[in-house]
Design a protein around this ligand. Structure first.
Ligand code: GLN
Length: 502
């Protein structure tokens, strides 16, 4: 008994220690304080990870130099770019190292340090594309952008173009190489660096800069750390460290930077109107989200139908007496069940066209096709197991009895085994349908605008993450409840005892 109590206390103590080590406390004093800084290391040369997974880049060096001169420590936290502003709003992080452009809309909800880099947007396209020569020529073209960036906003300002949003900048360039998009809009330095360092000689930068932008380090509104960062930045600009870092990454002397951004930080207004704004944002986004829900349903239905078709076939092959067939079907199930769906989606949409190119031909997969292929290949593996288990669960006596009545093996399967097995397969099939419905949200990574992606796009512009994601969750919940009800009804209707009692 006493031993048990000791073990229990030990576990409790260890859990507390674990929790404490995971928390970071911030205090009022600035001496030796640690700032949690968000970073998305997929934006070379500003922030990226080398082969040794070491965080580096112009922004990272600059932030480290600022921290050193202002006397604080930096704890980097990985985070997607589109999630940084919501994280700053909720003060989950103290700042971000993100090559973030100072824009009027952002300056309303977060505060920016003084400008530390002069940048601008540019167009990238394939070297063999002669039609795209300037911004206006992007009309009716497919433009790839990174979600939540100034590039995405600029693309939206051009009527008549189709926009594909990706989660990070390397994916936009990969989509351009694969021929999934005609052009990419992104920060010029990042495109140039990507082309040079990635040896992407099939890509080029078109025309001059489309915009003039300044990067600033963002902090939450009213944060005491903003002054600290500004002081550090002023020091490194003055003592030559900034010029050294600039020289290291760009090989030239830095241009003159304005002391103040042309876009000023604004004071935030909060109050009763906040609730009203939240509600109005939800109502305004509802039609768009419902449109996304329709796409989700379309995707689920197509993938489930194909999955059932393929899964039944593989399930039956799994029971075949021929060993090689059984082995192939088993290997299929092992592969698709044993690898993450997200990896399969990436392999199909980005990997296959790249592989095709190395063999000298072009494979341009449509997003819907790629998404349906990935989802149905994956669900077929699970459905195959459901079908196999369902058929095997019917006692062998049933088959023997029907065959002794003179039924052929196909008739036995059709009239005796399958109807009974179907009833047993329905609950796991229902689960599979609902899992698939939720898994469709993963195809957002290829820019497919289903329910979740629509939500992400709204958050990227409105920065209202809680309201929008809560609404997205409710729509998913509504759909899954609806389908679980439908499946239970179907199951009940197949129950012979219930049917008779009616
Ligand atoms: N400078 C761009 C913006 O602020 C892109 C930044 C990024 O993708 N890290 O929108």
């Amino acid at each position: 008994m006493a031993r048990l109590t000791v073990i229990r206390w030990l576990i409790l103590g260890l859990s507390c220690l674990f929790l404490l080590s995971g928390c970071s406390f911030t205090n009022g004093s600035t001496a030796g304080k640690t700032l949690t800084v968000a970073v998305e290391p997929t934006f070379p040369p500003f922030e990226f990870q080398s082969g040794t997974s070491e965080l580096q880049g112009f922004d990272v060096d600059l932030m480290n130099a600022i921290a050193q001169s202002a006397g604080f420590q930096v704890k980097y936290q990985n985070m997607p770019f589109a999630g940084m502003i919501p994280a700053l709003q909720t003060q989950t992080v103290d700042a971000a190292v993100a090559a973030m452009t100072i824009t009027a809309q952002r300056a309303k909800i977060i505060s920016f340090s003084r400008p530390y880099f002069k940048s601008g947007l540019a167009i990238a396209t394939r070297t063999d594309n002669q039609n795209i020569t300037n911004f206006a020529s992007l009309k009716n073209k497919i433009i790839g952008v990174q979600i939540g960036t100034t590039g995405a906003l600029k693309a939206k300002s051009l009527p008549g173009s189709e926009i594909r949003t990706f989660n990070d900048s390397p994916l936009t360039l990969q989509a351009l190489i694969n021929g999934n998009v005609d052009a990419v809009l992104n920060d010029q330095v990042v495109i140039l660096y990507g082309i040079k360092s990635g040896n992407l000689n099939r890509l080029k930068v078109v025309s001059s800069l489309l915009t003039e932008e300044f990067y600033g380090f963002p902090t939450p509104k009213g944060s005491p750390n903003l002054d600290l960062i500004n002081q550090g930045l002023a020091t490194v600009l003055k003592n030559g460290t900034y010029a050294q870092i600039y020289q290291k990454w760009f090989g030239i002397q830095p241009p003159q930077l304005p002391e103040k951004s042309p876009i000023e930080n604004q004071t935030s207004k909060k109050g009763v109107s906040e609730l009203f704004t939240s509600l109005s944002i939800i109502f305004k986004s509802l039609p768009v989200l419902l449109g996304g829900a329709l796409v989700t349903l379309e995707l689920t239905t197509l993938s489930v139908l194909l999955g059932i078709l393929g899964g039944s076939l593989i399930g039956i092959v799994r029971l075949s007496p021929a060993l090689p067939l059984r082995f192939c079907a088993g290997a299929y199930v092992d592969f698709f069940r044993g690898t993450p769906l997200l990896v399969q989606i990436f392999m199909i949409y980005f990997g296959l066209p790249a592989l095709a190119q190395t063999f000298g031909f072009t494979l341009n997969l449509n997003r819907l096709v790629a998404a349906v292929i990935a989802l149905s290949l994956n669900s077929a593996a699970y459905i195959a197991e459901i079908v196999r288990a369902g058929i095997q669960s019917i006692e062998p006596g049933q088959a023997e009895a029907s065959q002794s009545l003179g039924l052929s093996s196909v008739q036995t399967m059709r009239y005796v085994i399958f109807p009974q097995a179907l009833r047993r397969m329905l609950p796991p099939l229902g689960n599979q349908f609902i899992s698939l419905l939720k898994d469709t949200s993963l195809v957002a990574v290829i820019g497919f605008e289903e329910l979740f992606r629509k939500g992400q796009l709204i958050v990227a512009e409105s920065y209202r993450s809680f309201e929008i994601y809560a609404t997205v969750a409710l729509v998913y919940l509504f759909l899954t409840l609806l389908f679980s009800q439908a499946f239970s009804r179907w199951e009940r209707s197949l129950n012979p005892i219930k049917k008779q009692s009616k």
